[in-house]
Design a protein around this ligand. Structure first.
Ligand code: NAD
Length: 299
């Protein structure tokens, strides 16, 4: 059993913290949302009064926040920043999906203050977070990876060491989510085309699953309502994974592509499709709701 701090109890963070508790760790939590803190407390967590109070005396602190602004602000805001309150032997593991640059910025500042920070973004969605089957993509040196791995194993089924440099995990995550966005849009398009031409969506799903168009979306995250009871599509597109977060992730992928001068034509198109969807009132709904923009006629 170890003392772990956990900051950010959203759709992903709360079930992840619960899995650390279930594995027997002592977990102290903080979130700006009191309801999320109360739910974690009910599951056995200690509740901190502030993020700054939480970091004292913890061997490991995990953060799971929306994006760059929240992470940079939490870690680096001067006297109020987490790093300014950290014990020298604490390892910070940021599981948020942020830019590789922001991860490097936090880690470099941490190093200058005698503290270590690595990035470990995840894939697997809310269902994976609840089941403890997430995939972690870790950027950091061998020592930090070895320290963090046993804790990550309590929340995930696959722990990958993406690279020695902090930010390597974020690059892997940007690549994955750029592909996921294209898969979600493409799968939705194919299902809608079939339905508009008289096919039963369930039958079409079975056919594609045994054919060359088979993919993760059809098995784990069906975008068509009532095809998969646990999927957000069957729950009025409640997240899940919010459109604004997918839009953010595609922006991160585009920034990385610009930096390396890599052509990413489908990624660029996916970024525009999700950004428009975000701006048309769907920002906080699940990303599988992209299907609703493809309907040719009322069902
Ligand atoms: P979320 O918006 O549901 O949760 C974020 C939480 O952070 C909220 O509870 C919010 O109150 C809290 N928070 C924000 N600023 C804070 C601060 N300064 N101090 C304390 N708490 C603060 O988001 P989520 O869906 O849980 O996603 C978190 C991260 O994981 C994002 O980077 C996202 O891109 C990534 N991610 C999400 C999914 C998914 O399926 N939802 C999957 C993989 C990765």
């Amino acid at each position: 059993m170890s003392a772990i701090g956990f900051i950010g109890l959203g759709n992903m963070g709360l079930p992840m913290a619960k899995n650390l508790l279930a594995a027997g760790h002592q977990v102290t939590v903080f979130d700006l949302n009191a309801a999320a803190m109360a739910e974690a407390e009910q599951a056995g967590a200690r509740v901190a009064e502030s993020a700054q109070a939480l970091v004292k005396g913890e061997a490991l602190v995990i953060t799971m926040l929306p994006g760059d602004p929240q992470v940079l602000n939490l870690y680096l805001s001067g006297d109020q920043g987490l790093l300014a309150h950290a014990d020298k032997n604490t390892l910070f593991v940021d599981c948020s999906t942020i830019s590789a640059e922001a991860a490097k910025q936090v880690s470099t500042t941490a190093k200058s203050m005698g503290v270590k920070m690595i990035d470990a973004p995840v894939s697997g969605g809310v269902a994976g977070a609840a089941a403890g089957t997430l995939t972690f993509m870790v950027g950091g040196d061998d020592d930090a990876f070895a320290v963090a791995s046993p804790y990550l194993e309590a929340m995930g089924a696959n722990i990958f060491h993406a690279g020695q440099a902090v930010g390597a995990g974020q690059i892997a995550k940007a690549c994955n989510n750029m592909l996921l966005a294209a898969l979600m849009i493409g799968t939705s398009e194919a299902l809608q085309l079939g339905a508009d031409n008289g096919l039963d969506v369930g039958v079409l799903t079975d056919i594609i699953k045994q054919s060359s168009g088979d993919n993760w979306v059809l098995h784990k995250y069906h975008p068509w309502p009532e095809q998969m009871p646990q999927a957000p599509a069957s729950n009025n597109y409640n997240p899940g994974f919010m459109v604004k977060l997918m839009s953010k992730d595609l922006g991160l992928a585009m920034s990385a592509a610009l930096k390396s001068n890599t052509p990413t034509p489908l990624g660029a198109m996916a970024r525009n499709i999700y950004r428009q969807h975000e701006l048309s009132g769907w920002s906080e709904r699940d990303f599988s709701s992209i299907l609703t923009t493809l309907k040719a006629k009322q069902q």
